[in-house]
Structure formats: structure tokens, C-alpha cells
Write a protein that binds this ligand. Structure first.
Ligand code: MN
Length: 492
């Protein structure tokens, strides 16, 4: 099977994992979606920035006996290993950034099919008095401090009221009542947030669909951000390029919008105009939202928007999909588009000077990038630092860039730190750019942490140049060994 072109949806992806040793654990032991499910997976495979102990590159899990939700399963950690994502995309793990960048450069637009789609086999209308999101959606409460049950992997799809251009983005959504979700759209945000703000100016609700349980290619590419995907760039077209086949959309039943046809669940609804005052923890008053990708409990927002749900449709025996915020799954979803964005910009400005990029797991895929640079002539000296500046421009939330030479394995942290230990001097190889807007969920991006920080979310962008100065290269040859194939000694 060619995994790149033959994976259609979550079920075909899970079937691939089922047939690969060590990639999927299925359990019929009952699990409570309230804190227990995430508590289990933190140990089994969360990785990333989650509290220790955890398992890095552990298997995905499929829970078939979810308390209070007979007939439903919950999948977690499908993307919580870079090697697993590479397998599901049909490439090597070192190639993911380049592959996804090439797809962003050659998008294939989605198509609309006539329904009913697989995701519309079972229909629940909010007008039905028995309708209750809490009963219909096995949404996990990730920790006992969460504001409530969260949809963490909902592909939110909406259309700009002026331009008619659509966008897919993942936002955290908390179940607030039988037919209401809070949806967190960062104020001044770039995609669906901008659409909700414009709809509010026009006094209109914003129709929206939320597709859950989809092809992993959609989950990764939905995380692209400007400038690679400015407002109006439908990221489903990148997933289409990845699979070399357009993503299929289906019309919603109750709102004028489309949804992903072969999802497991579709929620249909409207973001109500001017509704951005929802208190996320109004039902629990915990003060927190859920664990966020940097590894801390995110504060409950008082500025969420209200998403009024009109219908929930799903497959028979649907599979809810979820992730842990601070996990390797987030690293891959955020980080692979980050790598693609950085490589795309540097390839245009400095072709051939940066061989690869890794959005390191310790930054959740957003805060730290390691660039593998190549200096071949004396005028390449300094271009590595120019590449770092380009990386900050390609991905505005990036905080730290580590520069290494081409003989360093950027995916091996020990090797990167070896470069820092033997090729770096702290007084001349740290370049700081203070007071630049980065990301508000970094708790050190706070005026209390530096006099150069004037507002929460500003930070000091820093370059760690661990490359050898070009004129010193002859002193830095790494000890090399006789090239042999060790196999016959291992099995002889
Ligand atoms: Mn988007």
C-alpha cells in the first residue's frame, strides 16, 4: 500500500497503524473520558512537553469502552510520533518539512460531493429535545482542572463573508451546554477569528462546521499560519496535494457551509455575532482552560466566542479523535508546517544554504527551530544568521533558533548539544533581539521576566549560532571511522 495516496480518512490511517507492530494499542477496558483517558495516555505516548514520566514515540491508543458513550471509540496519539506521521505521509521523518512545503507550493483545491456523506450516516438535530452535546460527543476533560470537556482536534471550517474564501483551522472548543460550545479565537487572530470579527461587523452569524476524526494529512496542514497561508488560503488544498487527490467536502444539513465528507463526526452551527464574552470555565470555575502545548495549564479565557450547535452527524460507531495539548502530537501538527514555512522562505531567499529544519519537540513545534546550514564559500559566513532572521519572519511565534553545520543530525538533540559544546562561545554566538511579539502561552513572555518585555506575549528572540566560522573549518573535522556494514558481525 502506498501510504501517501491510499490513506483516505482516520479509519484507513488506523488500519495502517494496526498492521504496523508497536504503533497502536486497542483496549476494551472501560475508561472515563473525564481526566482518566488523558491520564493513561500521558504515560503511554504523549511525549512532547508533557510532565514526566512519559513515553516518547509510544503507540497511538484506541479506547473502545468509553464510560457514558456506548458504541463510540476514542483515538488519541495518532500523530504522537514523527516516524508514525512520516509513515502515514509515505516519506522519511527527515523529509516531512520539505514534503509539506512542496505541497503548500502546489495546492489541490477541495471538491464538493453530494451527500449524504459517511459522516452523515446518523443525524441528530439540536431542535430535538433529547439533543445533548455531552451525551453525543465523548469529549475528554484532559485534567481535573480543565474548564470542561474539550474538542481538541476539531477541524473548524468557515467562509469569509466578503471574499467567499474558506479556511480550516483547529481551535479549542469546550462543551458549555446541550447545544453550546465555547470556541477560543485569539483576539486579532488570522483566519476564522478574522471571519467571526467581520461577520460581527455585518451583524451576521458565521456558519461553521467542525469535522472530527479525519485524515491525518488534514490535521497537520490545518495548522499552517500566515504568512505561508494568509487569510483566504484554504489549507485543505495542501492536504489535497499531499494525498494527490482533492479533499471531499459535503454540504451541511442545517447551515450554509461545507464539512469534511469522510470525517467521523461533523458539528454544524453558527458563531453568534458579538458573542466573544463567553467565560470558558463558567460551569466549573477552575480558572483554567486545558493543558496547553508549552506544558502549562492555559488560563480560562473570558473572551471565547459562542458556537451555537444546530446539528451533530456522525458515522455508525464513530471514532472520536483527541490529543493532549502538551504532547508530541502537537509538536508534529504545529511543527511540521513550521518547518515547511521556514524551508519555503529560506529556499527562496538563500537557496541551498539551509539543508533542513527541525521544529524541536521541546518548544511544542513552535518555540524552537534547529537549522542545518551549509557554508561552502567564504561569503556563506553570516548567511546562517540571515537564515535565522528569515526563520523568525516565516514563523512569527518562533522564539529560539539553533544553527548547526551539515555534519550535525538536527533530529538528535545530543548531537545538537555536542555542536553547542564544541563550536559555540556564549559571549559571541548568542544574538538577542529583544521585545518582539512571540506567543502569549510562554509564561516567561511577561514583563515580570525582563525589562525589555512591555506586554504579555513579547519575548526576546534569540539565535544560538553553533556553526563553525568558515575560516576555522579545517580545525573542526569530526573524527571519522572506517565505513563498514556492521550486519555480518551482529548476526554472525
Ligand atoms: Mn487556517
Amino acid at each position: 500500500m502506498d501510504h501517501r495516496t491510499e490513506i483516505l480518512d482516520l479509519r484507513t490511517a488506523l488500519e495502517v497503524l494496526r498492521q504496523t507492530p508497536g504503533q497502536l494499542v486497542e483496549t476494551r477496558v472501560e475508561v472515563d473520558p473525564a481526566a482518566e483517558l488523558s491520564g493513561v495516555y500521558r504515560h503511554v505516548g504523549a511525549g512532547g512537553t508533557v510532565m514526566r514520566p512519559t513515553t516518547v514515540d509510544g503507540p497511538a491508543m484506541l479506547f473502545h469502552n468509553v464510560k457514558g458513550h456506548p458504541g463510540c471509540s476514542v483515538a488519541i496519539g495518532v500523530l504522537a510520533s514523527r516516524a508514525r506521521v512520516a509513515s502515514l505521509f509515505g516519506c522519511k521523518k527527515e523529509e516531512l518539512g520539505h514534503l509539506v512545503q512542496a505541497c503548500a507550493a502546489h495546492p489541490i483545491q477541495p471538491v464538493v460531493i453530494t451527500g449524504p456523506a459517511p459522516a452523515q450516516e446518523v443525524v441528530h438535530l439540536a431542535s430535538d429535545p433529547d439533543f445533548d452535546l455531552n451525551r453525543l460527543i465523548p469529549a475528554p476533560t484532559n485534567t481535573p482542572l480543565d474548564a470542561g470537556p474539550y474538542i481538541t482536534l476539531g477541524m473548524c471550517y468557515a467562509t469569509h463573508p466578503d471574499t467567499g474564501r474558506s479556511d480550516v483551522t483547529i481551535h479549542r472548543m469546550c462543551i458549555q451546554s446541550r447545544d453550546e460550545l465555547s470556541i477560543f479565537l485569539q483576539p486579532g487572530s488570522r483566519h476564522i477569528g478574522a471571519m467571526a470579527e467581520r461577520a460581527t461587523e455585518l451583524g451576521q452569524p458565521l456558519p461553521i462546521s467542525v469535522s472530527i476524526g479525519v485524515d491525518p494529512a488534514i490535521e497537520v496542514t490545518a495548522c499552517f499560519e500566515p504568512p505561508t497561508t494568509p487569510l483566504g488560503f484554504n489549507e485543505l488544498s495542501i492536504a489535497g496535494a499531499l494525498r494527490q487527490r482533492p479533499v471531499e467536502l459535503v454540504p451541511c444539513l442545517t447551515v450554509k457551509e461545507h464539512a469534511i465528507a469522510n470525517a467521523e463526526y461533523i458539528l454544524e452551527g453558527e458563531i453568534l455575532p458579538g458573542s466573544n464574552h463567553v467565560v470558558e470555565d463558567q460551569n466549573t470555575r477552575t480558572g483554567f482552560a486545558m493543558p496547553e502545548f508549552p506544558g502549562y495549564n492555559g488560563p480560562a479565557s473570558h473572551e471565547c466566542w459562542l458556537l451555537k450547535v444546530k446539528a451533530v452527524t456522525h458515522r455508525r460507531n464513530p471514532i472520536m479523535q483527541t490529543c493532549i495539548g502538551p504532547s508530541e502530537e502537537h509538536v508534529n501538527m504545529a511543527g511540521i508546517p513550521t518547518e515547511a514555512s521556514i524551508l519555503g522562505m529560506i529556499d527562496k531567499a538563500l537557496p541551498g544554504k539551509v539543508l533542513n529544519c527541525y521544529a524541536h519537540r521541546s518548544g511544542g513545534g513552535k518555540y524552537m527551530a534547529v537549522l542545518q546550514c551549509r557554508k561552502t564559500v567564504h561569503t556563506d559566513e553570516g548567511k546562517q544568521r540571515q537564515a535565522a532572521l528569515l526563520a523568525f519572519s516565516a514563523f512569527p511565534e518562533l522564539k529560539h533558533v539553533i544553527l548547526v553545520d551539515e555534519d550535525v543530525d538536527i533530529f538528535d538533540t545530543n548531537d545538537v548539544l555536542w555542536a553547542m559544546n564544541t563550536r559555540f562561545q556564549g559571549d559571541v554566538d548568542i544574538i538577542t533581539i529583544p521585545g518582539v511579539r512571540c506567543h502569549p502561552l510562554d509564561p516567561s513572555s511577561n514583563p515580570a521576566c525582563s525589562p525589555s518585555i512591555r506586554d504579555i506575549g513579547c519575548s526576546c528572540k534569540t539565535i544560538f549560532d553553533c556553526t563553525v566560522p568558515f575560516d576555522q573549518k579545517s580545525r573542526f573535522h569530526r573524527a571519522s571511522f572506517l565505513e563498514v556494514d556492521p550486519e555480518k558481525w551482529l548476526h554472525g
